[in-house]
Ligand binder design. Structure first.
Ligand SMILES: [Zn+2]
Ligand SMILES: [Zn+2]
Length: 361
């Protein structure tokens, strides 16, 4: 076997710090003169995979406790301490200057020998894409199966826009319920979530359980409680309800965060810096509590009696005689022998918004 050093990393980090911290920095890969021709047209790639040698790594443990979670095998981790101490990181290529590649996201310290550079191509490097087309929730289902709540929360943030404690609690409840109910949700209304609040909590549920507003498997009961019941339609007694019994944990365990929340959100009176700080603190709490024991937060009940709505009906179409827009016939109103939409008829309607379900008169 022969492995060659083809480049060296220039980074402000002389010693390793956490990988998350290091991935937030720019660094330079200096390619050795004899290999520079191999960089031809590399500017056309946004992302590169960098293989490097952990030159300061020493020894390894085949089983050990990782940063988070229980003990596990070495080959399920990205630890630098391994029999072949090779790291691989996908980085963003910012620019090339001669033999220098300016990159973002490389978690390798100054002086690290680079042994290979490859272009990253999503169609080659995401082996799950074809599986995803067959089963859109393939990746989420896997994360639920292995209860990888950290990654579920990471992905739920894509829907929610920020990380916060209640998003984490929603993810936690949904991941637990889906595992226990053995539910493999395909968004066809066979698994329903009956949520009792329209807070961040419900986004954690929509994302993780796939019970959404749009696929009619999110039932909203305007009770204002941080609670959710997951029900399988085939057997409505096969259900689980999660009620947040400890709603004061933020005030009690994270008083600083509670103070910031009051100022920035409740009183809408925070500076930009305070808003930024609050998001950071929220994120920290979210990723901390997601690792906690579910019983710390939730009272969990099972086999409750619960009334379910039917599958969503398919309504016939109607056309508003004033604005000409099409609408579901069941939602139209009759006025002076005319079919009108609620807007044109100026009739009352229900609106779901931050206040819950409110009749607009
Ligand atoms: Zn939130
Ligand atoms: Zn109209």
């Amino acid at each position: 076997m022969e492995v060659n050093k083809i480049a060296e990393v220039r980074s402000k980090y002389k010693e390793p710090v956490g990988p998350d911290e290091m991935r937030k920095t720019k660094s330079v890969i200096e390619v050795e003169a004899e290999y520079v021709d191999g960089l031809d047209k590399i500017e056309g790639y946004e992302y590169l995979q960098i293989l490097f040698y952990f030159h300061k790594s020493d020894g390894y443990d085949l089983i050990s406790k990782r940063r988070k979670g229980p003990e596990r095998g070495l080959f399920t981790s990205r630890s630098p301490r391994r029999p072949s101490p090779i790291g691989i990181t996908t980085v963003e290529l910012l620019k090339r200057e001669g033999n220098k590649l300016h990159v973002y996201g490389l978690d390798a310290i100054d002086g690290t020998p680079v042994i290979d550079i490859k272009p990253y191509a999503s169609f080659m490097d995401q082996p799950t894409l074809s599986l995803q087309k067959k089963t859109p929730r393939y990746q989420i289902n896997k994360l639920i199966k292995y209860q990888n709540l950290n990654d579920l929360l990471l992905k739920a943030g894509e829907l929610h826009g920020h990380y916060c404690p209640y998003l984490a609690l929603g993810v936690m409840a949904a991941a637990d319920a889906l595992k226990r109910l053995g539910a493999d949700n395909d968004g066809m209304e066979d698994l329903l979530a009956v949520v009792e609040t329209n807070s961040c909590f419900s986004d954690g549920i929509q994302y993780t359980a796939g019970t959404t507003f749009g696929n009619n498997s999110l039932i909203y009961r305007d009770f204002g409680k941080t609670a959710v019941t997951f029900v399988k339609r085939g057997d409505s007694t096969d259900n689980l309800r999660y009620y947040l019994k400890d709603s004061n944990f933020i005030e009690r365990e994270y008083p600083k965060a509670a103070e910031l929340f009051k100022k920035v959100i409740a009183d809408r009176n925070g500076s930009q810096a305070e808003e930024k700080k609050m998001k950071e603190v929220w994120q920290e709490i979210a990723f901390e509590i997601i690792e906690a024991d579910i019983d710390k937060f939730f009272k969990i009940e099972e086999n409750l009696k619960i009334e379910l709505p039917d599958y969503a009906p398919i309504f016939a179409d109607a056309e508003c005689s004033k604005c000409g827009e099409k609408l579901m016939a069941a939602k139209a109103v009759q006025k002076d022998d005319k079919v009108l939409c609620r807007e044109c008829a100026e009739s009352s309607y229900y609106q779901l918004d931050g206040s819950g379900i409110v009749e607009q008169i």
